[in-house]
Design a protein around this ligand. Structure first.
Ligand code: FO1
Length: 315
């Protein structure tokens, strides 16, 4: 079994590569819920939905989130009634079905794990999806102005165009790993940290008590893929956040942030010159093409990732 720690779009692409090279039913994805939000009275889990839709072949490929071929009647009606203030977070009509289902099931007393499994089954997924926790954990960002933003306000409403001074994960201390999470980390042959933002996508998963320790115990078999290529994030604010929080926007900076849990970091060809710095951080460096712009490139990266720990012995 392969355990993959996931954020959103980058993780979804990694999974589309992994399902090409290994039995999808042998993959357990542990997904960040720090991005989750309650809007219009609905419980929304963006990273879980992005991965579900992507693996189902139903995701909007231009944006990487939401469903392809969407209509926007509900959003248009809401905008006419309440203006753009109420519609900055775009919810397509069919996507709303997912949020209505999840919200209804949670209100009936189902756990997020149960609802996630029901949605994954409905979308025909063979990959097992686990939220990192069934307890509420929310990523909160303190901006340079001293205010605080929840993740979606930061990422979408403000288009992550605000400087961040600190990030915290509200509720993490009291949260417990969802059923199966620790077992997946402990029993996996390989644990993959998908190319997700190390601060706000992998960070919340590591903040759930027990997870970081379980990963550290498996460090030789934990392989990460750097989300920073050539000093920049392929998508989203990972590069800026690393710098704003005192790190370095580079593959070596990622290695330093995750060195406690990472045995190997796969870095892109353009960062080959950083392999020495990655190794100086105590993490083995494997150089590969990490830009998953096509399914074939995602498959080749997946092969490199799965082969990486085996090479650990050569170290
Ligand atoms: N990202 C945006 O940039 N704009 C949006 O309007 C937006 C809506 C949205 C609705 C449902 C959903 O599951 C994801 C959505 N996202 C949107 C992406 C979301 O912000 C994710 O958290 C990011 O992809 C980071 O993981």
């Amino acid at each position: 079994m392969i355990c993959v720690l996931c954020g959103g779009v980058g993780a979804a692409r990694m999974l589309t590569g992994l399902v090409q090279v290994t039995d999808p039913s042998s993959i357990v994805a542990v997904v960040n819920t720090g991005d989750d939000t309650e809007l219009h009275g609905l419980s929304i889990s963006p990273d879980l939905d992005t991965i579900t839709y992507t693996l189902a072949g139903a995701v909007n490929l231009e944006t990487g989130w939401g469903l392809a071929g969407e209509s926007w009647q509900a959003m248009s009606a809401l905008e006419r009634l309440g203006g753009a203030e109420r519609t900055w977070f775009r919810l397509g009509d069919r996507d709303l079905g997912t949020h209505l289902y999840r919200t209804g099931r949670l209100r009936e007393g189902a756990t997020l794990s149960e609802v996630t499994a029901e949605l994954a089954a409905a979308f025909g997924l063979a990959v097992r999806l686990l939220p990192m926790s069934d307890d509420p954990v929310r990523t909160v960002l303190r901006t340079a102005g001293g205010g605080e933003l929840c993740f979606q306000e930061y990422f979408v409403k403000h288009r992550h165009a605000v400087a961040v001074e600190a990030v915290r994960f509200e509720g993490a201390e009291a949260s417990r790993p969802a059923p199966g999470v620790l077992e997946a980390i402990e029993q996996a042959t390989v644990v993959v940290l998908a190319p997700s933002n190390p601060v706000v996508s992998i960070g919340p998963v590591l903040a759930v008590p027990g997870v970081e320790e379980a990963l550290a115990a498996r460090r030789p078999d934990v392989v990460g893929v750097s989300p920073i290529v050539g000093g920049a994030a392929l998508k989203g604010p990972a590069d800026r956040l690393l710098v704003e929080l005192g790190g370095e926007a580079s593959a070596a900076g990622v290695a330093r942030v995750l060195s406690g849990v990472l045995g190997t970091l796969v870095i892109d060809e353009v960062d080959r010159h950083l392999a020495g710095e990655v190794e100086a951080a105590g993490v083995r460096a494997v150089v590969a093409d990490t830009v998953m712009s096509t399914p074939a490139r995602a498959r080749r990266l997946a092969e490199a990732v799965l082969a990486a720990p085996a090479g650990a012995g050569e170290g």
